[in-house]
Design a protein around this ligand. Sequence first.
Ligand code: GLY
Length: 527
Amino acid sequence: MVVSREKHATAAGLAVLQSGGNAIDAAVAVGFALAVTHPSAGNIGGGGFMLIRLADGRTTFLDFRERAPLAASRNMYIDPATGKATQDSVLGYRAAGVPGTVRGLEYANKKYGRKPWAALVHPAVELATSGFPVSYAQAQSFRAARALAQFPESKRIFLNDGKFYEPGDVLVQGDLARTLERVEKQGSKGFYEGQTAQLLAEDVARHGGLITEEDLRRYTVRELKPLTGSYRGYTIVTAPPPSSGGVGVLEMLGMLETTGYEKSGAGSATAVHYMAEAMRRYFADRSENLGDPDFFKVPLTSLLDPKYIAKRRASIDPVSATPSSAIKAAAFNGKESNETTHFTVADGEGNVVSVTYTLNGGYGSKVTATGLGFLLNNEMDDFAPKPGEANMYGLIQGEANAIAPGKTPLSSMTPTIVLRDGKPVLALGSPGGPTIINSVLEVIVNVLDFGMNVQDAVNWPRFHHQWLPDVLSMEPGYSPDTVALLEQRGYRIRRVASQGEVAAIRWDNGWLEGAPDPRTEATAEGH
Ligand code: GLY
């Protein structure tokens, strides 16, 4: 079963499974195909996380997220004249961290896959060379991404030189095809060394960016132990730091577990209240306590200590919202320390792969590297560009997530696999910046606590609270009655059109149920 954001990519993954590849191989093929067919988030110029559970029960986590270039520094986005953070962490060459996707996918294939590398990259080369028809939603997405016009290569390739694409127009990406061909033939060296690396470093240098050939050559994947916790007899295997997502899901599930919140029913004002209060408390903790574990001792044991979680739970008023101003990030003694995409793959042997990868914002920095055809990320904005001030997601973050050379920005990406009695029952993840963590939480409790089938769980309207700003954002689908009850409890509500794009697989009595998110053009295909 393959669930991904775009049908050609889903088909590429399915073809790998049908021709004897395992779930890891299929995920690699999906990752490359999305880099062609879903350019706002699919990428080779960004990075991500891959959570793997092998058929023999082993689990592992590949961190191929972007790293800060060696020339990066703490205050690089602060304007010395005004003392304010500039837009450079969001738009243009200086926003890009060192991409990790190609090395991450190669690492996964070499260590856990079995298909030849070229067979997994080739479908993407074909899609870029021959092109694919632009869908209605993709045509709209290009039109909406006006900032692409500021960068000539992006304008030429993605905006049809300013004429825009109509649905059904075929998008051919010749420069990207040639870059992918080098990757197909030379492996990750075709990206991190030689012609690609040289052209990229030269282009970046010409435009005041930081990534050098040395940064590219030195890029390495980190293989980490996933974070594991339990909830009502289920085992939750999820993303460790530098993701803030796994710890968030576990801390929030811990706060909810004994409240009885679920008895009020999915979507009730009481259930939304308890979940929003858990979100508020976790996001306060996130602001100060999460960062790259190679640079900051993340107090994981303290954050997930049942005694600490019980204290957090006890501070939830059963009726009224707690103002965020009354909630502080936990301070532990001696410190024990929005556009992204997710795909989920399961094979018939029992291997499961959950991947979230990203350029950060939609179309990343909006820069397409000259002659190379791929967009560069703006992942540097996932650091605290100015510690203590909001980044583009409105997240307040502290010194733990300040910029340093070689450091990895804190992420919210939360690829997760839920097990019961050692067997997978649910695998999922989502894009959406900080909303990712709450979208994943909500789909998990929709299945485990509210008994929904997986498609209903994914479809169900979502909501999000992130401590600051003190706002509860809600998708359409909640009745005016529920919204009024929440307002009476003290919530400031903002209606949003859409939150997240969850790609989930459920195991049910020997069947694999794929649930693409109807908010998008995602597809699920199995055999
Ligand atoms: N760039 C989104 C995230 O990593 O959370």
